[in-house]
Design a protein around this ligand. Structure first.
Ligand SMILES: C[S@@+](CC[C@H](N)C(=O)[O-])C[C@H]1O[C@@H](n2cnc3c(N)ncnc32)[C@H](O)[C@@H]1O
Length: 270
């Protein structure tokens, strides 16, 4: 899996992946409480992006360092901070050597990125190296709550898109979102390398409401990273079919529905 270039996502990232007001702040409080963070804890965020998770920490004055491979994504962070001091940010590929000394941080966290990584095991070993003894690695993805079985109505757009691409000869592993990593796989690996891991739902939250039409428009704008490598001709043909489906077969194209989701964390100690 090659590294995905999020420079192309800067202009729409916050609009399409942003949280409702207060969610990031509640996430920070929930994590701090679960890990029992004290005021002097040093945090490192891997793949901080535009700071959707990190900003409340920086604004609250936490000792917080962010890295990302995309300078363009990180450039959004100082722009969002009005009067505060410049944030501590570094460019780095988190699947290679991290630019920090051994034992530098109490907490290393990575939100919404492990599913995109190739050598995620290397990322875990580097995180372990830069953690202080007793420090914790927190790997977070946004997932459906375990108690809600049915997907939201607009999820059918992604299903339909998969069907169309498959009919056009694109293999399912090419259109799968990310590397298919699960909390169970990550936790098992951590145990294999001598650590201990627990899986915890940190916080449940409602997303912004979305309709099928909005999802189709996001596909059309190539806003999903699993479309970035599709050849232009395949993408255009698939899109025509998706619009045809939206106009002629989709039952409620404009009904906007909000999903309830959770921040699900693997919390590891070594
Ligand atoms: C889906 S965004 C998540 C950003 C942020 N954590 C959030 O939740 O909004 C994925 C981020 O991971 C970064 N990224 C992807 N692969 C990376 C790598 N190998 N090293 C460092 N950053 C990477 C991208 O540049 C992008 O900013």
């Amino acid at each position: 899996m090659t590294t995905l270039n999020y420079d192309q996502a800067v202009s729409y990232y916050d609009e399409t992946r942003g949280f409702r007001p207060g969610v990031s702040e509640r996430y920070r409080l929930a994590l701090r409480q679960i890990i029992g963070a004290s005021a002097d804890f040093r945090f490192l965020e891997l793949a901080i992006g535009t700071g959707l998770i990190g900003l409340p920490y920086i604004i609250a004055g936490d000792d917080y360092v962010g890295v990302d491979i995309s300078r363009a994504m990180m450039r959004q962070i100082p722009a969002k901070l009005k009067a505060s001091a410049p944030p501590a940010l570094a460019q780095a590929d988190i699947t290679r050597a991290l630019p920090f000394a051994d034992g530098s941080f109490d907490i290393v966290q990575a939100v919404r990125v492990f599913h995109l990584l190739g050598d995620w095991r290397r990322c875990i070993s580097e995180s372990r190296r830069v953690l202080k003894p007793g420090g914790r690695l927190v790997i977070v993805e946004i997932r459906r709550p375990s108690d809600t079985a049915s997907p939201p109505p607009w999820a059918i757009v992604h299903h339909k898109w998969g069907e169309i691409l498959s009919d056009l000869g694109i293999a399912s592993e090419d259109i799968r979102h990310g590397n298919g990593l699960t909390e169970a796989l990550v936790a098992a690996h951590i145990q294999t390398v001598g650590g201990a891991a627990e899986v915890i739902d940190l916080l449940s939250f409602a997303e912004f409401p979305v309709s099928c039409r909005t999802m189709v428009e996001r596909r059309a704008g190539r806003m999903f990273s699993n479309d970035w490598a599709l050849p232009e001709d395949v993408f255009s043909r698939a899109l025509r079919q998706l619009y045809h489906w939206l106009e002629h077969e989709c039952e409620r194209p404009d009904e906007a529905v909000a999903r309830r989701m959770v921040f699900r964390a693997v919390i590891a100690r070594f």
